[in-house]
Design a protein around this ligand. Structure first.
Ligand code: 3BY
Ligand code: FES
Ligand code: FE
Length: 412
């Protein structure tokens, strides 16, 4: 298990444009450092607001050692709390999601309001101060229907993301959508392998027959730099979408922690379906002006990538479970008034990405299995195909090196 100075040495020794060292993908000390320096400090995508449709809706998630609960209060506000009872520390809620008018601890029934206030604690002494025992808050912000949380005491700035993502999402109907389906899978691979795999389509032709019906694996589609950054196809797509009121151009965070970009699908495909036609018929998301608007892509490190289409949206949440296990939750959103069996059927809506997720799970698990071999050594990324991966590992290594600081190693 590596200590901070050994992790710093691994980061410093890395070869630019090469995959990371075995330890950075497998070591327990690196895993703990990833949690402490990244997952406990950054804004994380938690849930789409649609997962908490009404007063009393709740959802829980686990970020490393921290159980978190999100609720929607009677004022409509979504809030996040540490999912830990202020009496003797019981995990307050063990269900993934549901509806409840109050949060009742299963141990001794201390009862909290949806806004975290302690309402009732049976047989506590006179001098007990209920107001000092409300649930501990977790920073929480709802940006256009995408709810982010941050466990840090002082979260990093989010105003720029809120402004830009808010504007890009406004016509996409995320705020007013409903959850049609959700899947949670565990991939036996380090969280960075899950993100790396998502950031390239070098593997798409070999792994994703159904996704490739509609999604182009041409790296120029999402190239952000160089003379080819925006191909004529992309420029034409942006012009058409922007004229119809859809913000579309690539926008990158200065340190590339996030990116927004609207790309066309292949041959004017409308959606990620086997037929290439919309999965939801007779209506569109929000203010989407036409079916073939392509996909608005949004990633935010360390834990989300998303596709916002004209007929539905698919949002992804990545949470590390151990050095070599990662939970991936996928949620399919459709317009709130779409009726299952009439306006869409679940198989048509979900089959392409259900297959794609399973294909990616296999890829990631085989990648982890190979990297666990002592014979593994970092290999070169393709600068043509894997620009996104290079950019992610650069972000990761820069962030970690900066945060692990340059204090001299302590004597053993
Ligand atoms: O898990 C439960 O049933 C309850 C409902 C609301 C939150 N949780 C403590
Ligand atoms: Fe929650 Fe006792 S630990 S009521
Ligand atoms: Fe893939």
């Amino acid at each position: 298990m590596l200590n901070a100075s050994e992790i710093r040495a691994e980061l410093a020794a890395r070869r630019k444009n090469y995959s990371l060292s075995r330890a950075l993908y497998c070591d327990e000390g690196v895993y703990q450092a990833d949690l402490e320096q990244i997952f406990y400090r950054e804004w994380l995508f938690a849930v789409p607001a649609a997962e908490l449709p009404k007063t009393g809706s709740f959802a829980t998630l686990q970020v490393g050692a921290y159980p978190v609960i999100l609720t929607r209060g009677s004022d409509g506000t979504i809030r996040a709390f540490h999912n830990v009872c202020r009496h003797r520390g019981q995990r307050l809620c063990s269900k993934a999601s549901g509806t409840s008018p109050k949060l009742v601890c299963p141990y001794h029934q201390w009862t909290y309001e949806l806004d975290g206030k302690l309402l009732y604690a049976r047989d506590m002494q006179e001098d007990f101060d209920a107001s000092a025992h409300g649930l501990k808050k977790v920073h929480c912000v709802d940006i256009g229907g995408m709810v982010f949380i941050c466990l840090a005491e002082v979260p990093p700035p989010i105003a720029d993301l809120a402004k830009t993502l808010g504007a890009y999402l406004a016509p996409s109907g995320i705020k007013t959508a409903k959850v049609a389906f959700q899947s949670t899978i565990v991939e036996k691979g380090n969280w960075k392998l899950v993100i790396e795999n998502n950031r390239e389509c070098y593997h798409c032709g070999g792994s994703h027959p159904s996704l490739c019906r509609t999604y182009s694996d041409n790296p120029r589609m999402t190239a952000m730099e160089g003379p080819d950054a925006a191909s004529p196809d992309i420029l034409a797509h942006w012009a058409r979408c922007e004229a119809a009121g859809l913000p579309s151009r690539f926008i990158n965070h200065p340190k590339m922690q996030w990116r927004l970009a609207r790309i066309p699908l292949l041959n004017n495909a409308e959606s990620y379906t086997m037929s290439t036609k919309a999965a939801v018929t007779g209506m569109r998301m929000g203010e989407m002006p036409f079916n073939d608007a392509g996909s608005l892509l949004f990633f935010h490190y360390p834990n989300t990538w998303n596709h916002f289409l004209a007929d539905h949206a698919i949002v992804f949440r990545v949470l590390p479970l151990s050095a070599t296990e990662t939970q991936v939750t996928t949620t399919w959103l459709v317009p709130a008034d779409a009726v299952e069996g009439k306006d869409y059927d679940l198989k048509t809506l979900t089959e392409v990405w259900e297959a794609t997720n399973d294909e990616d799970r296999q890829v990631v698990e085989e990648n982890q299995a190979g990297i666990l071999s002592p014979a593994y050594e970092p290999g070169p990324y393709s600068t043509v195909q894997e620009e996104g991966v290079i950019q992610f590992v650069d972000w990761y290594c820069d962030t970690m090196s900066e945060r692990l600081g340059d204090a001299p190693a302590l004597a053993a």
